[in-house]
Every structure is written in structure tokens, then in C-alpha cells.
Design a protein around this ligand. Structure first.
Ligand code: SF4
Ligand code: SF4
Length: 249
């Protein structure tokens, strides 16, 4: 997704890199510039005390070798190799709960910054992004082709026939959980994927214009092809429907 450039983007980054970086300095700088040039960066990084409050309150930091403080420090000190290294694994541990953003005395959003790093990882076709997103390809297929939500009660054998018998393992305990926690957002199984044709086609245009499809193509070409076929089909259906309306007039 492209955004207008922020005032934070520099033409010169002083961070010295090692003699033999994993990728060239030019690529390291380009990745950092992609993170930095997003309009959200200006709002999400205002300085860093290195106080560690974000890490102390971060649920992911309790379970993984991961620290939002460390990530923010890498960005704040413009540590090009450190940023690249964190994008290989650590940034994918974040649960995007934003507890860190609520606690940071500098009003930083470590979770938001991590999101920018994830988007840059996808844009640059990093293996880490492909590996993390691969198991969710079926979920992405539903989300992108319907443009609608995927709540837990939609993960059923009917909705995901191509998942085979394993889907019932997920489905079964959810039945009990749903009774225990009847969340209103889960009342959508029957309707959420029946999206109006015109709305679907408008959403597809949004996916194209905002770069979502381009990102998808970078990380999963097969899924991209399947989704483009679905989009073409729906566009044709809409055109056919529009023709019938013209005939009636
Ligand atoms: S991001 Fe905020 S909470 Fe985290 S170490 Fe820096 S100043 Fe402290
Ligand atoms: S948004 Fe990510 S980094 Fe921030 S507290 Fe939640 S899991 Fe931790």
C-alpha cells in the first residue's frame, strides 16, 4: 500500500552495517525507507526511553523470544541489519493487541510499527512472510473473495469443504464454546459470505487500488490466481446482470 511520504524519511542513514550483511546495504535501506515512509510511522514512533514498559505488558513477550522494546529501539536507532533480522522471525510473534500502545509514555505504538514491518516484509517477498501466511491461505481466500469477516463459527465442514475431515476437529469444540460465550459477532454464519454482487466488485477494485492484490501475488501466486479467477467471474456476472437491466428498460 502506498502512502504519502512523512517528514521522517531521511536521504542519509548513518547506521554502519557489518562487512558482510545478509543482503546489501541498498536493500536494507530500501526496506527501512518503506517502513519509514508510511504515514503511520510519524504517529507511531515519537522517541523511546528504552524503559521496557511495552515489553512488561506484552502478552507475546511472555511466551516468545520477542520484545517490543527491542523492535522500537531498532527502528529508533535506525539499526538496518537489526531491523532486517527482526523481520525474519520476531515481528511475527506480535498478537496485535496494542496493549503496548496504551502503556508507552512516549505514545508510541510498537504493535503498529510491527504492522508496518510486516507489510514491508510482504512487499519484499520475504520467506518469513510466506511461511507465516501459508497456513492461512484458505482463510485469505474467503476473506478476500467475499470481502467479509471470518468469525470462528464460520470454520465449519460446509464452509471449508476443501480442508477435509480436519475441519471438524476445529468445529467440534467451538460448538461448546459458542454456547458458553454467545458473542453477537458470531451470529453471521449464514449471511456473511452472501455478499451483494456489486459490493463484491467494488471491494475487488479497492483490493486492487490499495495494493492488497499486489501483496498477495508477492507472497502466494497460486492463491492470487484463484482469487483473480473468482473476481473475473463475479465481474462478468455483474456485467450480465447489468445487461439484463438494460434489456428491461
Ligand atoms: S516503546 Fe515506549 S514503552 Fe517501549 S521501551 Fe520505548 S518508551 Fe518504553
Ligand atoms: S501489540 Fe504486539 S507488541 Fe504490542 S503488546 Fe500486543 S503483542 Fe505485544
Amino acid at each position: 500500500m502506498s502512502h504519502s511520504e512523512t517528514t521522517r524519511v531521511q536521504t542519509f542513514i548513518g547506521d554502519p552495517v557489518s562487512d558482510a550483511p545478509v543482503v546489501g546495504r541498498g536493500e536494507l535501506e530500501e526496506i527501512f525507507k518503506d517502513i519509514q515512509s508510511d504515514i503511520r510511522y510519524d504517529h507511531e514512533l515519537n522517541g523511546c526511553l528504552n524503559c521496557g514498559i511495552c515489553t512488561a505488558t506484552c502478552p507475546a513477550a511472555h511466551y516468545y523470544d520477542f520484545s517490543p522494546r527491542e523492535i522500537v529501539q531498532l527502528l529508533w536507532t535506525e539499526n538496518l541489519e537489526g531491523i532486517y533480522d527482526a523481520m525474519q522471525e520476531k515481528i511475527w510473534a506480535c498478537a496485535q493487541c496494542y496493549t503496548c500502545a496504551a502503556r508507552c509514555p512516549f505514545e508510541n505504538s510498537p504493535g503498529g510499527l510491527i504492522m508496518l514491518m510486516r507489510e514491508a516484509a510482504i512487499k519484499h517477498g520475504m520467506e518469513s512472510a510466506k511461511n507465516v501466511l501459508r497456513p492461512f491461505s484458505r482463510v485469505m481466500l474467503k476473506l478476500i473473495s467475499t470481502g467479509n469477516q471470518l468469525s470462528p463459527d464460520m470454520i465449519t465442514a460446509d464452509g471449508f469443504a476443501d480442508w477435509g475431515p480436519n475441519v471438524s476437529k476445529i468445529d467440534a469444540p467451538l460448538d461448546i464454546l459458542r454456547k458458553a460465550i454467545p458473542m453477537p459477532t458470531l451470529n453471521t454464519t449464514k449471511t456473511a459470505w452472501e455478499v451483494n454482487l456489486k459490493t463484491s466488485v467494488e471491494l475487488y477494485t479497492i483490493w486492487e487500488e490499495t495494493g492488497v492484490l499486489k501483496q498477495l501475488e508477492t507472497i502466494d501466486e497460486n492463491l492470487y490466481d484463484v482469487i483473480v479467477d473468482i473476481m473475473d467471474e463475479k465481474r462478468e456476472d455483474l456485467a450480465d446482470w447489468a445487461d439484463t437491466q438494460d434489456d428491461e428498460d
